[in-house]
Every structure is written in C-alpha cells, then in structure tokens.
Design a protein around this ligand. Structure first.
Ligand code: ADP
Ligand code: MG
Length: 251
C-alpha cells in the first residue's frame, strides 16, 4: 500500500444508461498536491469529481482516499454508513454554493459538525467562528445566505466544507457563477488553502488561476484524460492537438 497516492482513481469508467461519460481514467494525487482539471463542457469533469465522493458512483474502477476504498462493494446499509463516513473527509464546493437558505451562516457551518461529528453547540460555534475568520466573513455569522453576495456565499460554502476538517477539497467551477469582480475574493481563499498545503482537485475554466496555483493540470475531453502535466507544459507546450485547440479558445 505504501506506493499508493493520497487520492487514487484507477480505471474509472462511468455510464449514464448508454452514454459513456468516463473512460478508463487514472489519477493519483499526492497529499498536499493541487490538481486542476480543465476541458470542454460535457467532457466529464463534474462526473469525475462527483465519483470521488460517491455522488455519482462509478460504473467500474476504484476510488481510494489514503488506504480506504471509497467505492467498495458493500451491502446497501453498510454502504450508506461507509459513504457517510468517507464523505466527512472530502469537502466539496459547487458552482451554485448549495447553502441551506433557511439557515444562517452559523447554522450552515455548524450543521454537519454537530450532526455528523456530535460536536457540542459551543464547540461547533467556535469552529464556525474560526472558519469564517479564515475566509474573512466573521461579521456575517448571523446573516442568512440571501443577504450575501455570490462571492460571500461561496466563501461561506468553503468555510462550511473546511469545518469538517476534510483531507481533500474538491472544487467544481467554484467561481463560474460569480460576477467578474467577485472571482478574486474566492480565488484568494483557495490560494490561501494552497499555501496551507490542502490537497485539492479543482475543476476550473480559469487558466490563469490554474497556472498560478496548481501543481498539475489534467486536460479532459470526451471522458478521457487527453494529457496531463505541470502547468508550464500544459499551457505553454501541450503535446496533443486537442489540448492546443481547447487552449486556443480559452487562454
Ligand atoms: P462537465 O462537467 O465536463 O461539463 P459532466 O460531467 O457534467 O461534464 O457531464 C458529462 C456528460 O455526462 C454530459 O454529456 C452530461 O450530459 C452527462 N451527464 C452528467 N450527469 C448526468 C446524469 N445524471 N444523467 C445523465 N447524463 C448525465
Ligand atoms: Mg461540470
């Protein structure tokens, strides 16, 4: 097992009915590494991220976090308990924030630590305050999400994910729904996480951000990883024609 990376995806395939969306994907992410996934719409980026935490279980292949196989075959009830357990280690941030609208910021952040980890109200509150301070939103703790800007909502979503002390963070186009002027405040939070050596897998359309923050870039197209490498190689000297075509339109 010692040769295994922190997050490992082996021979991943995924079909929705007859539509094959992922084909033989292999990915290894070391602890503290930051990997960007780029590629055209519909190439399978979200499906791959969602496979990591079993939101879209693979049709075949394996997903591992450290020494635990996330998608192991288990009887239904055991599987549910297993998935709930492993998901606690995986923070996910979506394009559309997915905050609970009826809860305050505090309620959003404390819910999972209280329900899933059994934290006391006082401990959960302390945690919420710590995480909000990290994303620079201490003063919004008693607001409802509807009173926040998109950038603030996304920073709360990140704080909420971090409150579970995840081993890895997954970002699915976290800034795509934001007005241009709000993108940077979210990018800054992600850069700060990078400096703290959080392991991250980041699906993004922002090539400059990927180039500045990520250790490795994967280019996906039509359900396969066409090419991967350090940002300097993928962005400046890609080998594959498909990568060059994509980057011509997006750089
Ligand atoms: P990307 O994130 O790269 O834009 P997705 O992973 O969302 O791509 O989608 C890849 C393909 O899978 C697309 O053709 C999409 O329509 C299809 N797809 C995604 N989710 C589902 C689903 N739940 N049911 C059926 N098809 C899906
Ligand atoms: Mg997507």
């Amino acid at each position: 097992m010692t040769d295994q990376a922190f997050v490992t995806i082996k021979n991943a395939a995924k079909s929705f009915g007859k539509l094959q969306v992922l084909r033989d994907i292999n990915l290894s992410v070391e602890r503290g590494q930051i990997v960007a996934i780029i590629g055209p719409s519909g190439s399978g980026k979200s499906t791959l991220l969602r496979a990591i935490n079993e939101l879209d279980p693979l049709t075949s292949g394996e997903v591992w976090l450290e020494y635990v196989q996330i998608n192991k075959t288990l009887p239904h009830r055991q599987h549910e308990a297993h998935v709930n357990q492993v998901r606690q280690n995986i923070g996910m941030v979506f394009q559309h924030f997915n905050l609970f609208p009826h809860l305050t910021v505090r309620g959003n952040i404390t819910l999972a630590p209280r329900m899933l980890k059994g934290l006391s109200e006082a401990d959960a509150n302390k945690l919420a305050e710590e995480q909000l301070a990290k994303v620079g939103l201490t003063e919004k703790i008693d607001e409802h999400p509807s009173r926040l800007s998109g950038g603030q909502k996304q920073r709360v979503a990140i704080a909420r994910a971090l409150a579970m002390k995840p081993k890895v963070m997954l970002f699915d186009e976290a800034t795509s729904a934001l007005d241009h002027e709000l993108v940077e405040e979210v990018n800054l939070v992600m850069k700060q996480l990078a400096e703290e050596h959080m392991t991250m897998i980041i699906v993004t359309h922002e090539m400059d951000f990927a180039a500045s923050v990520c250790d490795r870039v994967l280019f996906m197209d039509q359900g396969v990883v066409v090419e991967e490498g350090p940002p300097a190689v993928i962005f400046q000297n890609p080998k594959e024609e498909r990568t060059r075509n994509f980057l011509r339109k997006h750089l």
